[in-house]
Design a protein around this ligand. Sequence first.
Ligand code: NAD
Ligand code: SER
Length: 316
Amino acid sequence: MHSDTILVTGAGGQLGTELVLALRKIYKTVIASDLKDGTPELKEGGDFVRLDVLYKNGLADFVKRFNINQIYHLAAILSATGEKNPEFAWRVNMKGLRNVLDVCAENGVKKLFFPSTIAVFGPTTPKVNTPQYTVMEPNTIYGISKQAGERWCDWYFQKRGLDVRSLRYPGLISYKTKAGGGTTDYAVDIFFEAAEKKKYECFLKHDTVLPMMYMPDAIRGTIEMMETPAEKITVRSGYNFAGCSFAPQDVAAEIKKIIPDFSISYKPDFRQSIAESWPQSIDDAVAQKDWGWKPEFDLSKMTKDMLANVSAIAHV
Ligand code: NAD
Ligand code: SER
């Protein structure tokens, strides 16, 4: 077991809930933190504390007191919630990250993980096989804050020597914690509704293709990237990171293979224009080359696993 002491911010969310459990298998001390209460699994398996990333002094005291030497800074406001409250999203995503970066640099934290997103791209970005380096003109507050965040991360690496690493996650699909206010949330909700009601009303159009990733791939990729020797990490802004790409009609067709009477209807809302501003598929050749990234789950394999797991939850 590694002896580093890790702090995870925003650990009670969709990603953190599972990432903390995976980190606890390889690190002796992983402290989960959030504004809200953690799941029983998070609290029973190790320390869980209330920490607000907007209060720098509280964060700094905690890091000093517990000799934290790695931070996974997950706390953020996602795309759909961010468009409803831009000021708030900017503050949490920007001020929160700046606080964490400063606390790391001022207190000898040696490694930082910053989750970026496909939302750093915008309508002028090439949509298919979006390259690592390309036009980036995000048009959501979430995307703007994450792109600025990537630049700050790179700056702290270049100017302060902080070992910052980042992945541009696609939409994450999981069953342990519900999705937290994003545009890709339909790809989580559809499985729960399919298992419970055999029907789903989708807030995106049938043919809206987006990059997605099943949580086990996301967790494994994150840990693999963070464990890679520093000299192999050539991207300090955010690595393109691909799983599989599909549209609502594709996932509905896969679900119908298992639940034949499942039906889907479409009622696009404000999230449609956000989705249309994002890539459809991602070229992650740099991640493949630098640290050997390879996803395991395609749409079909993920659908089988998701349905088995959400059905088990629905029938408890
Ligand atoms: P989530 O919304 O489920 O969880 C975020 C957590 O941050 C919540 O538990 C929330 O309580 C917490 N939080 C908010 N403000 C805080 C504050 N001031 N101090 C402390 N905690 C605070 O989000 P998630 O899906 O788990 O995403 C985690 C990270 O991954 C985010 O940075 C997100 O931008 C990024 N990401 C997620 C996805 C996805 O599809 N889930 C895709 C790309 C990137
Ligand atoms: N899944 C996220 C969202 O939809 C993308 O970062 O906001």
